[in-house]
Structure formats: C-alpha cells, structure tokens
Design a protein around this ligand. Structure first.
Ligand code: GLN
Length: 533
C-alpha cells in the first residue's frame, strides 16, 4: 500500500485559464518519471452529472469506459495520460449532495443534524482520498472546477484546507491565475493574482505553487513581486505562456521545472528527466506536416467548438500519424439544403457528420451524407451521423419514402432507426442511455477491419436508438453493409457502403478513445483516405 500524494489545482481571476491542461501536463510529467498518476475533476454544479446538460453550457459530455457521463476535462486527462478514467474521476456537487441525502434517509447519521460542514465536506474528502486508495496511485491530482471566490466552490476549498492538515506533507496546492498585459501602460499586472491568493488565504488555504497564465513572458521583477506578496518561494512561481497547441504545455511546464518543484516539496527525488521521447515525436509531426486537407464537420453546435472537443483532438492525433495537417471546418447543419450542398461542401475533401440529439439540423445532416455518398467523398458518421447515413440510404437508394428514425418521427412508415428494446420503458433522462464500453465484432476485409487490424474491439457508446435489424438484409443486398456487430445483442455498430472510396458510419464514439500515443484507428484511416486523393 502506497502513501498516495494529493495535489490540488485551484483557479483564480478568471475561468477558462486551462486548469485541466495544467493538471494534465503535470500528471504527464510525473507519469513520464515513472509514477502512477490519476486526475480527478470536482465540479461545483448541482447536476448529478453533465449528461443532461446542453453542450452550449459546458461543451461536450465525455463518456468513460464504465459509462460515466463526465466533464470534457476527463478527455484531456485520458489523451495526455493514455489511461482510461472512470466515474470516480468526476464528481459534482449534485452527486455529493445526492449521496449525503441518501445516507440521511437511510439513517446513517444516527440522529445528527446534517450540515455542509462536516457532512458535505467529509463526503468531498472521501471522494478525493478513496480514489488514491482504491487504485494505489502515487499521485492523485484533483482539479477544483470554478474560480476561487465563487459561493459554490466554498465547500471544496474548505475540504482542501482540511486535507492539507490531515495529509501533512503528502499534499500541496497549485493555484492558477491570470497575469494580464495592459497595452496602454505596456505592463504585466500582478494585482489580480494578489487578490486571488488573498481570497484563498481568507479561506485558510496558502497555495504552495503559483502558475501564472500570460500572453507575454514574465520578467524576473514580476516573479519576485508575486513571490513576495503571495508568500511563495520565487522558484514556485511558474510561467504558463500561451502556446500554439495544448500538447506543448507539458514541455513548457518541464522547462519551468514544475515537476521538480512538486517533487521537491513532497520530499521525493528530483534526479533524472521525464521520458517524453514519443510525446516529442508526436509534437514534431504535428508541427511539420507534409500535406494538408480540409474536412467539414457538419453539426448543430458549431458556434461552440468545445461541443466537439474530442473529435477535434482526434483529428490532431490522426493528422500527426499521417503527417498531414487537418483543417477542420465547422459547418452548421441548418445551413445546408438540397440546393446548396455542393456550394457549401464542395471545397472539402472529407465530410464528418457529428453526433447529436433531436430534430434541429437533421435535414442538413442528411443532405451532407447524401452529398458525400453521391460524390464519392470520404465520409465518417458518428452516432447520429451514422443514423443519418442509414436514413439517407433508405430514402434515396432503397426508395423507402420518408424512412426515418423514430427519434425524429415516431410514426414513420419505415423506422430504419428505432428505439432500443431496453430503452422503451425508461422515463428518466439522466444516466439512462446505452452508455460506456461494449464489444463489437468486425468483418476483417472491410474499411473498419483494415483500420483496426483486429476483429474484436471495444468502443464507448451514448445513445438510445439503434439500426433496426428488420431492414438489415435489404440494406446489405443494396450495398450498405454492417461491418461491425455487437456479438451479444446483434446491434449494428458499424455500417459501410461497399462501392465508395471510404464511407463509414459508427454507432459508437471513437473520439472518446483517441489519445496522443494511441490515435484512434477510425480517425487515422479516415484522414488517410482523405489524404490519398
Ligand atoms: N440521438 C441519437 C440516439 O440517442 C444519437 C445520439 C448521439 O449521437 N450521441 O440514438
């Protein structure tokens, strides 16, 4: 049994400074020194998980192997560490309260008044410590969502304060702030950082390390000033300057010695260097592509690129393996119709139709699919995108007039996509889809078979509707074949069009499993097919 070390990452001044990327970068450096590390995100909102949230709220909902619907930061953790996360890696205030209230109803508190302190804070502390204990990690890095000073973050900061005392020299706090540059006076300003640290101090937490997010390089004078006014050693003031790709951040953090300072403060050896050869090879390829392609991502949340975070990252990984720069252009599905599809999509060499829910934008998605099919343009449909490909083929090749998914049209004459049997009696929306990892058997000579180069795979899911097997024969006789099937339930997981350059629809979400060191085979093959021209 190891004595796990706990590192807390808090944020101040503004949101969106990149706590997730800093946490993942530090984790990467520690992992590259041979330590076992995991990262956890605590989210201060009341939803039990982000599964019921509109992507416009917090971006994409990430799904883990064990079927947890989580914050998109978990995607970064997996992409950086190349290790799967689980439900235990993302906890929200809603889940904490739900647990405490369930315990109260069971009578577990033996007549006590249940309060934020100690019951809620104890539950938070339990969620943090149990992750380290359960898997015997060397390090658990816990990212506290939100910004210091938010009312809803207070119980988390209090839990961190208590843990700092309980864990003694086995914990430390990293605080990420912003140092803005004022063009008018030509200066970097440290005051917001000072105020933010003051807020933390008011809550009883002294940060051990400060990471300063900045557009311009931080001078020694600024470092000294921050160190002096925020009670930290000058070596513990770390610069995090804007970079062209998030995958550069671990390298920057290493040159700022963030890993060494963390190890030193936790009384661990600092000798040696993190082993980052493969990571650096990836960066080299990412930065020096030999070719360039443009792919259209047709979706309905295009105003907010975070809604398709994992897909965009998967293209970076797949682009690097193919030494090809992928320009991913987001196209609003509502802007595409029968008459303008060539005009809008004609400039792209590949088309991806994105996952999604509900009616809005579905027509444009189906049009985009038709355009890709008729013009032999490499196509990847993910989840709803795959379902659109099935609907389009049914309508325009099989002549099943107005064929549809029962999600869009409950009484359609030809329900080629329909609600899964086990979904029929479900009324609650939260956590009730077909979620997480399921097996799939692949036909070896298909595009998917060639991409995976294996026949038995596992992929992650998040859907309620499925390909209706009643129509399978008809589809297969006419050229759309099922090349991936769930061996237990016979659900169709992959469809392809035989007479097409590369046309693949997947009911699962390959984007959740792509990492820097393991780019996803489906994305890699798609980019390759587009790049081959
Ligand atoms: N709305 C579809 C379903 O529930 C597709 C879901 C998705 O794209 N993630 O089956």
């Amino acid at each position: 049994m190891k004595l796990t070390k706990y590192i807390f990452v808090t944020g101040g001044v503004a949101s969106s400074l990149g706590k997730g990327i800093i946490s993942a970068s530090l984790a990467k450096l520690l992992q590259a020194r041979g330590y076992s590390v995991t990262i956890q995100k605590l989210d201060p909102y009341i939803n039990v998980d982000p599964g019921t949230l509109n992507p416009y709220e917090h971006g994409e909902c990430f799904v883990t192997d064990d079927g947890a619907e989580t914050d998109l930061d978990l995607g970064h953790y997996e992409r950086f560490l190349n290790k799967p996360t689980s439900q235990a890696n993302n906890v929200t205030t809603g889940r904490i309260y739900q647990n405490v209230i369930n315990k109260e109803r069971r009578g577990d508190y033996l007549g006590k008044t249940v309060q934020i302190i100690p019951h809620i804070t104890d539950e938070i502390k339990h969620r943090i410590r149990s992750l380290g204990k359960k898997y015997d990690y060397d390090f658990v890095i816990t990212e506290i969502g939100g910004t210091v000073g938010d009312i809803e973050s207070l119980p988390y900061i209090e839990a961190v304060r208590q843990l700092k005392w309980e864990l003694e020299d086995r914990s430390l706090v990293i605080h990420l702030t912003l140092v803005p540059f004022l063009a008018a006076s030509g200066e970097l300003k440290t005051k917001p950082t000072q105020h933010s640290v003051k807020l933390l101090l008011e809550n009883g937490v002294q940060p051990d390390i400060l990471v300063l997010r900045t557009e311009r390089s931080i001078t020694d004078g600024v470092r000294k000033k921050v160190a002096r006014f925020c009670n930290v050693n000058i070596k513990s003031v770390i610069e995090s300057i804007d970079v062209s790709t998030i995958y550069e951040v671990p390298i920057r953090m290493q040159s700022e010695k963030l890993d060494e300072i963390v190890l030193e403060k936790l009384n661990l050896p600092t000798k040696g260097m993190p082993e980052l050869t493969k990571w650096k090879e990836f960066l080299e390829k990412l930065k020096n592509p030999k070719s360039e392609i443009s792919i259209a991502l047709v979706g309905k949340y295009v105003e907010l690129p975070d809604a398709y975070k994992s897909i965009a990252e998967s293209f970076l990984h797949a682009g690097a393996v193919n030494e090809c720069k992928v320009n991913l252009k987001y196209i609003h599905s509502e802007s595409i119709n029968e008459t303008n599809s060539k005009e809008i999509l004609g400039k792209y060499q590949g088309i991806l139709v994105a996952p999604g829910f509900g009616h809005r934008g579905i027509k444009g998605k189906i049009e985009a699919t038709k355009y890709a099919r008729q013009n032999n343009i490499p196509f990847l449909g993910i989840c709803l995108g795959m379902q659109c490909a099935v609907i389009e083929f049914a309508r325009n090749v099989l002549n099943l007039e107005k064929a549809d998914s029962t999600e869009m049209h409950n009484n359609t004459k030809y329900p080629v996509i329909s609600l899964m049997e086990e979904q029929k009696n479900i009324t609650d929306m939260g956590g009730t889809m077909r979620l997480g990892k399921y097996p799939c058997k692949i036909i070896p000579k298909s595009n998917a078979g060639k991409a995976y180069n294996q026949t038995d795979i596992f992929e992650r899911h998040r859907h309620r509707y499925e390909f209706n097997n009643k129509y399978l024969d008809l589809f297969q006789k006419n050229g759309m074949i099922a090349t991936g099937i769930n061996p237990d339930s016979e659900l169709v997981e992959i469809i392809e069009i035989k007479k097409h350059k590369w046309f693949v629809g997947v009911q699962f979400h390959p984007e959740y499993k792509s990492t820097v060191l393991n780019p996803h085979p489906i994305f890699t093959a798609f980019v390759k097919a587009v790049n081959e021209k």
